[in-house]
Write a protein that binds this ligand. Structure first.
Ligand SMILES: Cc1cc2nc3c(=O)[nH]c(=O)nc-3n(C[C@H](O)[C@H](O)[C@H](O)COP(=O)(O)OP(=O)(O)OC[C@H]3O[C@@H](n4cnc5c(N)ncnc54)[C@H](O)[C@@H]3O)c2cc1C
Length: 580
């Protein structure tokens, strides 16, 4: 079956819905499809807690937000992109308010802002600690106004169709029926989110399997800066559930097993009355996660059945503040850890949280494949460089979702329909998925769940908070072997109705691609910068690596790394200094 649309959006999260609205507003004559493997309100954006950064206070300035973002990125962000992002973010947040987003307020009616890690001024807007829920809801209800936006809920995109470097559309499978469909399009926007599930401990929802990154990589669009994986310092040890940075912004402390605020020993400032903007617990995430590893090495962490942990102490805030400012934190701790943070210490550990890298785009969201765009966590523009500052991602979805939407709309308005070769390619993909549904041949004896678990532990061991040439080389070899074993994976479920076994197989395939680009990019980057820390190359090396890595998929399937210079405008490369 084939259906025709002008623009197909893959992803119904924050970036996807913002892009859809931008297209409907800019070009009401265009037909837009939003394809999402889950109902849009279940996209990961819904779980964002802490908030969205945008300059609004009288004591703040655009330049300060730009500087914090660039220095937080360890100078790997493109400065033209950051300038544009910071300028547009407050406008987008106000627009969201006009669409109905209930931002928390000060008693005098002004928008309330809270401090956030690495941000030297208070500029993080929030809606209690359910910011992502309210933002996504606002975008979803706004998107319903437009009759030109058609939704394909619970459809899984398996392939981007590209002929001669030009996008032709996508192939997708309807999960409830097994129906396979070609959706032709003049432009496609990837808004598929991140890939935290490549690692064993993550705050990311089970659906965050890097599908869009793999789709782009296989379609000829390179993946940029994939070696930069962000660990969040405070996840619950067993589940990986996030305890938002807002808990530390409101004054929470991190303690080692001796009850000592150990961050004062890590050049992140000294203990001061809370909230402390410049230092300690509100240092950037990469530094805090690295400090955790040192505490473990020095034997000052707490042993838990799920590995080492430290304590998050919120007791001194009292139940009233916790219930008013971070009620969800209390709820999560009670429900999932059986601990009341108003009265007890909470065990936490660093967990994989966010992918700085992604599909290479320019500041309009355009990839090198004509007509293919990307926005949100799947994309790398890049404003996050080697380390994203917390609360920059939600405004990034809005700013770059809108920009990609407008750019794709303009392109689609002047582009022509699919080529015959494109349609033939789509037919081949139908046959491939059909074969998988009917039963793989030969049906091998590898279990999908085993492969996934082994891949995750390979990534944690080889490309975790600290890496070495040896650990990465080993991971490269093991992943290579997994690619072969994937072809021997067994799919026993042949039903066409919600065939979750086929789905997990497709997701595993995507994760193996993504994992490969992470380890290759990390192996080639012989320096330490932001979230990429090599113990065998412990210094930053601006002469060789003030550059973005680009992972290309060669015709033989191998991963090739090239480099692209960083755009510097007004901020010469400096040292990252916190707490002084
Ligand atoms: C627990 C948590 C808390 C966070 N808190 C904050 C915060 O406070 N502030 C902040 O700035 N950032 C925060 N972040 C980061 C931020 O929320 C995410 O980066 C962002 O929401 C990602 O949005 P997105 O639109 O790019 O993707 P998502 O919201 O993840 O949406 C992806 C969409 O793609 C669809 N999709 C994926 N693959 C396919 C496929 N193969 N076929 C069809 N559809 C597909 C999915 O169905 C989904 O609709 C948090 C992240 C987490 C995990």
């Amino acid at each position: 079956m084939t259906t025709a649309h002008d623009v197909v959006l893959v992803g119904g999260g924050g970036a996807g819905l913002r892009a859809a609205i931008a297209i409907a507003e800019a070009r009401p004559e265009l037909d837009v499809a939003v394809v999402s493997k889950v109902y849009p309100m279940r996209s990961h954006t819904v779980s964002a807690e802490g908030g969205a950064a945008g300059v609004i206070g009288a004591d703040d300035s655009l330049d300060e937000h730009i500087y914090d973002t660039i220095s937080g990125s360890d100078w790997l962000a493109d400065q033209d992109a950051v300038e544009m992002f910071v300028e547009e973010a407050p406008r987008e947040l106000i627009r969201l308010e006009h669409w109905g987003c209930p931002w928390s307020r000060e008693p005098d009616g002004r928008v309330a802002v809270r401090p956030f890690g690495g941000m030297k001024k208070q500029r993080t807007w929030f809606a209690a600690d359910k910011t992502g829920f309210h933002m996504l809801h606002t975008l979803f209800q706004t998107s319903l106004k437009y009759g030109t936006i058609h939704r394909y809920d619970e459809w899984f995109v398996t392939k981007l169709v590209v002929d001669d470097g030009v996008i032709q559309g996508v192939v997708a499978i309807e999960l409830s029926t097994g129906r396979i469909e070609t959706m032709t399009a003049k432009a496609v926007i990837l808004a598929t989110g991140g890939c935290g599930r490549v690692f064993p401990f993550t705050t990311n929802a089970a659906i965050k399997t890097g599908d869009g990154m793999s789709l782009a990589y296989r379609a000829g669009a390179p993946l940029k800066d994939m070696e930069f994986v962000q660990y969040h310092p405070t996840g619950l040890p067993f589940t990986g559930i996030l305890i938002t940075e807002a808990a530390r912004a409101e004054g929470g402390w991190l303690l080692n097993k001796d009850g000592y605020r150990y961050l004062q020993d890590y050049d992140l400032g000294k203990p001061e009355p809370t909230p402390v903007l410049r230092s300690m617990e509100l240092g950037p995430r990469d530094r805090l996660s690295q400090a955790f590893v040192h505490e473990v090495e020095e034997g000052r962490a707490i042993d838990t059945p799920y590995g080492p942990a430290v304590h998050l102490d919120l007791r001194h805030l009292g139940a009233k503040v916790i219930d008013a400012k971070i009620p969800f934190v209390r709820e999560l701790c009670l429900k999932y850890q059986n601990v009341d943070p108003a009265a007890e210490l909470v065990q936490v550990r660093p967990v994989v949280h966010y992918m700085m890298g992604g599909v290479h785009t320019d500041i309009h969201g355009a990839t090198p494949v004509k007509g293919l765009y990307a926005a949100g966590e799947v994309a790398c523009v890049s404003i996050n460089g080697a380390n994203r500052l917390g609360s920059n991602s939600l405004p990034e979805l809005l700013v770059f979702g809108a920009r990609a939407g407008r750019a794709a709309a303009e392109y689609a308005a002047g582009a022509s329909g699919p080529t015959r070769a494109g349609l033939r390619q789509a037919d081949d993909e139908h046959r491939r998925i059909w074969r998988e549904l009917r039963g793989r041949e030969p049906n091998g004896n590898e279990r999908i769940a085993d492969l996934r678990e082994q891949m995750q532990h390979t990534m944690e061991g080889g490309a975790g908070i600290y890496r070495t040439g040896d650990s990465l080389t080993k991971a490269v070899d093991t992943l290579h072997e997994f690619q072969g074993r994937r072809d021997q994976a067994r799919i026993e479920d042949h039903s066409h109705t919600f065939n979750t076994e086929l789905l997990t197989f497709l997701e595993l395939s995507a994760m193996l691609d993504v994992a490969e680009t992470i380890v290759y990019s990390a192996l080639r980057r012989e320096e330490s910068r932001g979230a990429h820390q090599r113990t065998d190359y412990s210094a930053r090396d601006n002469d060789r690596f003030l550059a973005h890595s680009l992972a290309h998929r060669a015709s033989d399937g191998s991963c090739q790394i090239r480099y692209l210079p960083v755009t510097i405008t007004r901020w010469p490369v400096g040292e990252r200094v916190y707490g002084r």
